[in-house]
Design a binder for this molecule. Structure first.
Ligand SMILES: NC(=O)c1ccc[n+]([C@@H]2O[C@H](COP(=O)([O-])OP(=O)(O)OC[C@H]3O[C@@H](n4cnc5c(N)ncnc54)[C@H](OP(=O)(O)O)[C@@H]3O)[C@@H](O)[C@H]2O)c1
Length: 311
């Protein structure tokens, strides 16, 4: 498993992580098998959110209860969680009170003394950077949270936070797959006339901004189409792309999941892929994409086969 450096956290982590969004309905045995498969493959980074599951902190609790990590085992994994969405109210809340309270609830649910990385899940239009700063400082100084980041944030929203937040922003978790890659495609078609691809959807230059500022991009839904309803391996919907994926899978002697993961890990921004599968075999298959250096021609070939333009 290839590792990357979470620059501002000074943490070395695998470039594939396992997301626990979908574990609520799994048995404890199935959760243990999933996590054991990931760890055997070198995936020691686990991504949660307070809202995952059928009620707040459901998946965090299921993970902790199934695994019962000893303190030495706990130190060998990296646990990330996200807060800031209020699903019952249908709004976002980055107030000091909400950030601190949710982080503390996540600590309880995860049965741990510290969260390695805490992300603000979605940008809050009513954010007060000073309140986020106060919450982050307090959580950091009490040892409850070691590092902080964001998710689904634009460069401008990160800059706004940085007007008050002094703890480094180590990661920005955003949706990215071969078929859902406007954060990459826009730059390739920038300024092209009559092209929807040149429309800025990410606030502008998100990938470059993260590279310049040492912020690790984490790719959520790496195997999903843009709508989130289908996977990119859906041959009926993406026949040309699957032909390319299958050719490359045969060429490299790997499964299609490895090629889809490699399209992200190949990017020089040193991105981290957040897998969401609940199928152990698919974790093993994807892990082969951790360090599979697609050539430029192969990388762009997949991009074009997904329907993107290379003007
Ligand atoms: N920050 C955010 O706003 C945000 C939003 C969404 C997700 N996330 C994080 O990102 C993680 C990954 O997201 P995700 O679960 O949407 O990602 P994903 O890995 O792209 O999708 C996983 C889903 O695709 C299915 N799948 C995978 N490979 C398949 C194949 N070859 N054929 C058919 N189905 C296949 C899986 O089914 P099986 O389970 O049956 O294998 C599962 O339902 C989540 O766990 C969460 O941690 C973050």
């Amino acid at each position: 498993m290839k590792t990357i450096h979470l620059q501002h956290a000074d943490l070395t982590v695998p470039n594939l992580a396992l997301g626990l969004l979908r574990i609520a309905e799994l048995s404890d045995d199935a959760i243990r098998a999933l996590v054991a498969t990931a760890r055997d493959a070198g995936i020691t980074y686990f991504d949660h959110a307070d809202i995952y599951g059928t009620r707040l902190h459901d998946c965090e609790e299921r993970f902790a209860q199934a695994l019962q990590l000893s303190s030495s085992e706990r130190d060998r994994v990296t646990i990330q969680t996200k807060i800031g969405i209020v699903p019952d109210g249908g709004y976002y809340d980055h107030s000091y009170e909400h950030v601190v309270a949710q982080a503390e609830e996540s600590l309880r649910a995860l049965g741990t003394d510290y969260i390695d990385v805490l992300l603000l899940h979605r940008p809050d239009a009513l954010v007060e950077p000073q309140e986020v700063a106060r919450a982050f400082d307090e959580l950091y100084l009490s040892g409850k949270v070691r590092h902080f980041g964001v998710s689904n944030h634009t460069p401008g929203q990160i800059d706004l936070l940085k007007t008050a937040v002094t703890r480094p922003i180590v990661a920005n978790q955003v949706q990215l797959s071969i078929t859902h890659s406007p954060i990459i495609a826009q730059g390739i078609a920038a300024n092209a006339p009559d092209s929807d691809q040149s429309v800025v959807r990410d606030g502008g230059g998100l990938v470059d901004y993260c590279r310049v500022n040492g912020i690790t991009i984490q790719a959520w839904s790496p195997f999903k189409s843009g709508s989130g309803e289908t996977v990119l391996f859906d041959r009926e919907r993406h026949p040309g792309l699957n032909d390319r994926i299958d050719d490359l899978a045969a060429h490299y002697g790997v499964e299609p999941e490895a090629i889809a993961a490699a399209w992200i890990t190949r990017h020089p921004a040193n991105m981290q892929v957040i897998l969401g599968t609940t199928t152990p075999a698919r974790i093993r298959a994807a892990a082969a994409g951790s360090d599979l250096p697609l050539t430029r021609a192969e990388w762009y070939g997949l991009f074009r086969a997904a329907g993107w333009q290379v003007p």
